[in-house]
Design a protein around this ligand. Structure first.
Ligand code: C5P
Length: 233
């Protein structure tokens, strides 16, 4: 069985703000997600700094380009000691296969590679009206997950609400990484397909990615520990 864990989305705009935030965690080393905002602001140096502090890292850059470009970019990322990285399944099976090749180091090791299905901020209505995808959002997510599995990837990013059907379609070992998590008494913000850490656990997802409910909390360490207690505990 895969291990359950809480990943904190460190969506800060500078290395200083991120490290000041992580300094608050004196008695634990949370799994950390570095997204576009922080990576574009602080570059590979922040990845190394956080890794040197003993955190696991999910580098969330959501690559989506032609297969050759993604393969070469993944080859660069493979040299950083991250634990997980990702791309958009919408880039096709060929792109995902190329990414996997680029990410695999000469000794055969590599970080977990996860595909984004549909962003958790996307509603079915917008997907159909704006993207002209004439399927249900659930069918789209399952199909993208099956494509990722066929390409040899480890799992997908999806809403916790979709993790159960992804597991059913792709197997229990196929990893689900799920943002769109909110405390029952918290604000939803711009996320659409959301649920609580407790419900995410019941559905059987492997990792929950939690940003603002922890980073914007009055006491982020307490909020993180509440998440761990509700999801892992
Ligand atoms: O603050 P919040 O908990 O909404 O943060 C969720 C994080 O997960 C953000 O960093 C967002 O970019 C990311 N994410 C997402 N939906 C996806 C993929 C990633 O919300 N499908």
């Amino acid at each position: 069985m895969n291990q359950r864990d809480v990943i904190i989305a460190c969506d800060f705009s500078s290395a200083e703000a991120t490290l000041a935030f992580l300094d608050k965690f004196t008695d634990c080393k949370p799994f950390v997600k570095i997204g576009m905002e922080l990576y574009y602001a602080a570059g590979p140096a922040i990845v190394k700094e956080i890794k040197d502090r003993g955190h696991k890292i999910f580098l969330d850059l959501k690559l989506h380009d032609i297969p050759n470009t993604v393969k070469k970019a993944m080859s660069v990322l493979s040299k950083m000691d991250v634990d997980m990285c990702n791309l958009h399944a919408a880039g096709t099976i060929d792109m995902m296969k190329a990414a996997l090749e680029g990410l695999t180091r000469p000794d055969g090791t590599r970080p977990l590679l996860i595909a984004v299905t549909q962003l958790t901020s996307t509603s079915e209505e917008r997907m159909q009206k704006e993207l002209l995808i004439n399927a249900s959002i659930n069918d789209t997510i399952v199909k993208y997950a099956q494509n990722a599995k066929e390409a040899g990837l480890d799992g997908v990013v999806c809403s916790p609400l979709e993790a159960g059907m992804v597991k059913e379609a792709c197997g229990a070992e196929f990893v689900t990484v799920t943002p769109g998590v909110r405390f029952a008494d918290g604000e939803v913000g711009d996320q659409v397909r959301v649920t609580t850490p407790e419900r995410a656990k019941e559905i059987g997802t492997d990792y929950i990615v939690v940003g603002r409910p922890i980073t914007q909390a009055e006491d982020p360490v307490a909020a993180y520990k509440r998440c761990v207690a509700e999801f892992v505990g």
